[in-house]
Ligand binder design. Sequence first.
Ligand code: DMJ
Length: 606
Amino acid sequence: MVKRPLVRFIPLLIAGFVAIWLFLPPFIGPPSHIPHQGPYQFNSGKRPQQYRPYPPPPRPPSQQTQWEERAQRVRDAFVHAWNGYQKHAAGWDELTPIDGGKVNNFNGWGVTLYDALDTMWIMGLHDEFRDSLGLVAKTNFTLAEGSYAPFFETVIRYLGGLLSAYALSGEPVLLSRADDLGRMMLPAFNTTSGLPKYAVNTVTGKTREGWSSNVLWSEALSNQVEYKYLAHLTGRTEYFTKSENVMKLMYKADIKSGLYPTFWNMETGGPNSGTQHYSVGAYADSAHEYLLKQYLLTARSEPQILELYLNSINAVINNLLYITPTRHLLYVTDKSNGIATHKLEHLSCFFPGLLALGVLSLSTSSATDSASYTERDKRLHLWAASGLAETCWILYHDQKSGLGPDEVRMVDFASGSNTQGNGFHTGPGDGSNYGEAREKEKEGLWVTQVEKWVKEGRRGGVPPGVPGPGQSTERVGEDDPDKREYRALKEEYLLRPETVETFFYMWKLTGESKWRERGWSVFEAIEEHAKTKYGFASVTGVDWEKPEHKNEMPSFFMAETLKYLYILFRDEDIVSLKDWVFNTEAHPLPIFDWSPWEKQEYNIIV
Ligand code: DMJ
């Protein structure tokens, strides 16, 4: 009997298919350690439609102008720090710059590399960039049982770094890892309210609290630009919905005063009922930032966010801004249960930059912005930005090293009537004339001074606390530190970016060269006092001729401080604010518009 040839091969074919089905998935699916969540849900096959071309890599500085030469000096500093890290700490989180050692303090996945990737691209360090991709490709973001990745830091540094490097270079492995990490961090949102927990074990999905059982405002509201962009790139709905749920809780909280508290309740998703603390510094800072930045990133398609930003920013201006009595230094402080601490943190020096970004990008006549944004807002925000930026600069300029302290206590208007003899008001319970002191203190509220200035005929064209055109605050205090009207509470400079970040935005907004000059003097001070054989070190003793090194080089130095200085000095607008929004770790993400199916899927009402 003659067998038909095809029929003879059927059992063999079936066996072949079964073998492929059994063995191939581990090689083509997501790494097996990632909790398997099924294949991508591209929402009935509708992938994002608006692909933007990757921008051509920026050219390195031409060295034909003084500023291009200065940009080149910053690039050299970056290379010095990178070489030290690569040689002595590759694969570890951070370099210890005094002894050329290494430390794992952010999950042990090499945070410095992730934070530095996009800066390399922007600086035109393509060999360094390419050489780093191998390590990224191999990373699986696992953690041992009992270890946890802090949600906020992991999102802003690792996820933000990957997404930005992807947006700039188009290297697919960066998006692939961003998607892995984004998914592995999602269990943070699995709480009663949906506010994110402090930290996650990326393998088991277990979560844990941080030092506070409350949710900090900055931790709740510093993931939306990353997760929304990731949702846009991958089409995965849950990236959008989980992160947006935090925004919904903010709208629901309906804070009439506009002052959004620092501490939120994990169970209810509303403000915590205990201490009422308001700040733009630690624990709150980047939440302010993400209100405006979300609005801008998604091409102004979510107007509710702009309203929230303006309400909250105006409340900060009305309640947390003060000036000092003689030097008229404008500063932003925090309040606990109505009592101002009169502390100014280096961290808060991002705030004038944020105001400047608002003034630069919002328009009182555009169809989208003008529903909430008024001429008065614009004027007030510009004044506040100029005055606060001036004070942030003064904190550097007054010090012998030229580097700014991490935290200061400002002299307030009540000083003198209720002091310890050193010019500093000591707060409640330290004298019988406390009520009188509180009244005097209120006089120092910036809005009180602005109102007075208006009533008295607007002398000088700008209110107290704001330098007039061409004016600069004098450096003081070499002979007598009390003349400064502040004293340092933390005398260290931790290589932080906030002040030079603000210089960058002020330069873009005003075009006044003083912001570049100031940036240059900060850079020179960093080179002089923070440079070590292996990299750059945080320092202590900013008002000494020779500050002491601390054995740490935080990853944000290469992500933020050097990047902002570099783009401040470049003559070319290499990362235009028309096209890019910087996350809170200075990772630029491209502005995108939700496509019609996304608006429908995510219920974005325009
Ligand atoms: C950075 O990691 C980020 O800017 C964050 O939002 C707060 N501060 C540090 C640097 O100071």
